[in-house]
Write a protein that binds this ligand. Structure first.
Ligand code: TYM
Length: 335
């Protein structure tokens, strides 16, 4: 994915402001956002409209949106070189989502596993927003004509429906949207819960020992990794049936760059205690610069608001070009 300055690839991704991101969000997505930002034309959003589907408490949503914005800048994203913005500040997202709703079949939206999971988990609030969630996500991506979308494994199906929707629109109305590719890292694409390694690590896990938050104190990180569920073999090796150890090895590999073979050699003859201590140390070191930068940025709200405003303006300018094209092609009467 090497690019020349004139021919940069467009990268778009977003994250919901539903709480402090976990190590899963970081290793699965955010670390790649940062990695890709040096060489590509990157556009990153706080997906606050998506998080309305779970009806968060309004004050909390507002606070978490600003915090998530600070978290993105604290990754080291340069708001001058990249576009970092809040989704609801750019109304073109909701506008294109409506047009795309009319190009999405009820049946294909019903097949989304995230919709099925969420409706089963929260039968008291199966709202239509939850159903059309992937269509808004398609609008986020297609508005910017993105080439790549860095995401974790759990969002892959949403990328597939995005491509299907784009293809359908292009077929019906003529070439309008670029078909985006997912960018999913090898290790870290699906970081699992530390307490139940068959479930993905999630910030909504009621058991806080299951996930590491990006802002956890060092001592908390150490404690959580030490109490991670493993197995009785007491041998550090990547193998089927060793879900807990496989997960820790993936985390270790993402933070140190070491392959599974190197890790197996490093811990040959050593127990899980030594391995867990090394994993914790690697995670702590990986998150240290981010935590320091986050503390610095949250103390400067004026700067954050300035970046947020500039980000929204830049994003809206880009988004409007595609929206105009889609409106014109679909026959809406333009003034
Ligand atoms: P969200 O907010 O749930 O998660 C943000 C990113 O983190 C990844 N992720 C994980 N990766 C590895 N292991 C895990 N345990 C793990 N948990 C989460 C997710 O795959 C995601 O990449 N619908 C999206 C937000 C969104 C979006 C978009 C993404 C809205 N519009 C346009 C891409 C493009 C979501 O809910 O992510």
């Amino acid at each position: 994915m090497e690019n020349t300055a004139e021919n940069k690839k467009i990268v778009l991704s977003a994250i919901q402001p539903t709480g402090t991101p976990t190590l899963g969000n970081y290793l699965g997505a955010l670390k790649n956002w940062k990695k890709m930002s040096a060489e590509n034309d990157c556009i990153y959003a706080v997906a606050d409209l998506h998080s309305l589907t779970v009806r968060p408490e309004p004050q909390q949503l507002r606070r978490r949106t600003l915090d998530m914005y600070a978290i993105l800048l604290a990754l080291g994203l340069d708001p001058e070189k990249n576009i970092v913005f809040v989704q609801s500040h750019v109304p073109q997202h909701s506008q294109l989502a409506w047009i795309l709703n009319c190009c999405t079949q009820f049946g294909e939206a019903s097949r989304m596993t995230q919709f099925k999971d969420k409706s089963e988990k929260h039968p008291e609030n199966v709202n239509v927003g939850l159903f059309t969630y992937p269509v808004l996500m398609a609008a986020d991506i297609l508005l910017y004509q993105a080439d790549y979308v860095p995401i974790g494994e759990d969002q892959k199906q949403h990328l597939e429906i995005t491509r299907d929707i784009a293809e359908r629109f292009n077929t019906v109305y003529g070439e309008t949207f670029k078909l985006p590719e997912p960018y999913i890292g090898k290790a870290g694409a699906r970081v699992m819960s530390l307490q139940d390694p068959r479930q993905k690590m999630s910030k909504s896990d009621p058991n806080p020992k299951g996930f590491i938050s990006m802002l956890d104190d060092d001592s908390v990180i150490l404690k959580k990794i030490k109490s991670a569920v493993t197995d009785s073999e007491a041998k550090v090796r990547y193998a089927e049936g060793k879900d807990g150890i496989n997960n820790l090895m993936a985390i270790y590999s993402c933070c140190t760059g070491k392959s599974y073979e190197e890790t197996e050699k490093e811990f040959d003859g050593k127990g899980y205690g030594d391995f867990k201590a090394a994993v914790a140390e690697a995670v702590i070191e990986e998150l240290r610069p981010f935590k320091e930068e986050f503390a610095r940025l949250t103390a400067d709200k004026a700067y954050l608001l300035e970046c947020m405003t500039a980000g929204a303006e830049k994003a809206a300018h880009r988004a409007q070009r595609t929206l105009n094209k889609a409106m014109k092609k679909s026959g809406l009467f333009m003034l």
